[in-house]
Design a protein around this ligand. Structure first.
Ligand SMILES: *Cc1c(COP(=O)(O)O)cnc(C)c1O
Length: 356
């Protein structure tokens, strides 16, 4: 059994589009890609040239950041793109199925629907602070299940999946399905177990991103860490030049030692602010509880969330109301901002109560 057995049969030997930049890189006189030989005025990045599909310098820095060999990395337009590519590569339309545990990140289901794959939902255990129901996940597997998505820390509830649960999934899914551990918020958490598991088991893949902890949501740079055979298949079905040169440039700058040191200190501040908000919020009337979070947001339960949402919006503070029907009707998701932004929220909630 190899991870390739989980890939759609019609794609296993697929070579994909052979772009000019892939066929031949280097060279001094570039007459192979129908580009303009001139760049526009003021362009320091040579944007007249198509980018390297997977730029070596960026792969090298991400490989150092995550501690994995380069042939296990796929860099895409956000980790969102990697989710889409995995669903397309593993799920044949009308046949394949993905398993998700809502309330969780919505893109897994969106990508499955677009691909025509079935979605099996095994809800988190609301009565147990939205813990993953590992036994129910295993009971829901079918021969059509190709991917099990686990988000840790989970968006929007904030909790991490314990190592023992991940290990149980790894063992039970071997030879049956790909386990995707989405670690978009790993940097804010104490325990990020995914990468070690992906290095040890070829049916485990991990998603990381520069969008959250590294302050580059606008650049759209996300990374998939998986077995080299799977990475090769996904590279073949990916868009020919997925990473825009300005985004690659921004990512390289964000991954220099100085920028990384600043990112680490800001991650520390977010965690401190998370603790401060999590302690202050339950004291406010109308707030029922705050779920333990290992991410850069808090899921806050109110007696009635809708008027809080509206009052915040009227004061210019935008919160996130979870999608209806996912069991979080009384919750709002609050991203951790700067200390001043977090103070503004606390002040608003205090005065909103007094006005009510
Ligand atoms: C934000 C988020 C992503 C997407 O990240 P991008 O790299 O910006 O595409 C993936 N998974 C989860 C759980 C997220 O919250």
């Amino acid at each position: 059994m190899s991870v390739l057995d989980l890939v759609r049969e019609d794609l296993r030997g697929f070579a994909g589009y052979s772009s000019a930049r892939k066929e031949a890189s280097g060279g001094r006189v570039l007459l192979n890609a129908n580009e303009s030989p001139w760049s526009v005025a003021g362009d320091a990045l040579a944007l007249n040239r198509y980018p390297d599909p997977q730029p070596a310098a960026l792969i090298e820095r991400l490989s150092a950041l995550y501690g994995v060999p380069a042939d296990r990395l796929l860099v895409g337009r956000g980790s969102d793109e990697a989710i889409d590519l995995m669903v397309r590569a593993l799920c044949k339309a009308g046949e394949g199925e993905v398993l998700v545990s809502p309330p969780t990140f919505g893109m897994y289901q969106v990508c499955a629907r677009v691909q025509g794959a079935a979605v099996s939902c095994v809800p988190l255990r609301a009565e147990d602070d939205f813990a993953l129901d590992v036994e129910a996940v295993l009971a829901a597997l079918t021969p059509a299940t190709r991917i099990v998505f686990v988000c840790s820390p989970n968006n929007p509830t904030g909790g991490s999946v314990p190592r023992a649960s991940l290990e149980r999934l790894v063992e039970a899914l071997r030879g049956r399905a790909l386990l995707v551990i989405d670690e978009a918020y790993a940097e804010f958490s104490e325990a990020a177990e995914g990468i070690a598991l992906a290095l040890a088991h070829e049916h485990v893949a991990v998603l990381r991103t520069l969008s959250k902890a590294y302050a580059l949501a606008g650049a759209r740079i996300g990374t998939l860490i998986a077995a080299p055979e799977l990475i090769r298949v996904l590279r073949a079905i990916m868009a020919p030049y997925p990473l825009p040169t300005p985004s690659v440039d921004a990512a390289l700058k964000a991954l220099t030692p100085g920028a990384l040191a600043l990112a680490r200190s800001r991650i520390g501040l977010i965690r401190e602010e998370r603790r401060r908000l999590a302690a202050a919020l339950p004291g406010l009337p109308g707030v029922r509880r705050v779920l333990d979070s290992e991410a850069n947001f808090l899921a806050v339960e109110f007696d009635d969330a809708a008027p809080v949402y509206r009052a915040a919006l009227a004061a210019g503070i935008v919160l996130r109301a979870p999608n209806p029907g996912n069991g979080l009707d009384r919750f709002l998701r609050v991203s951790i901002g700067t200390p001043a932004e977090n103070d503004a929220l606390l002040t608003l909630l205090q005065s909103w109560r007094e006005a009510a």
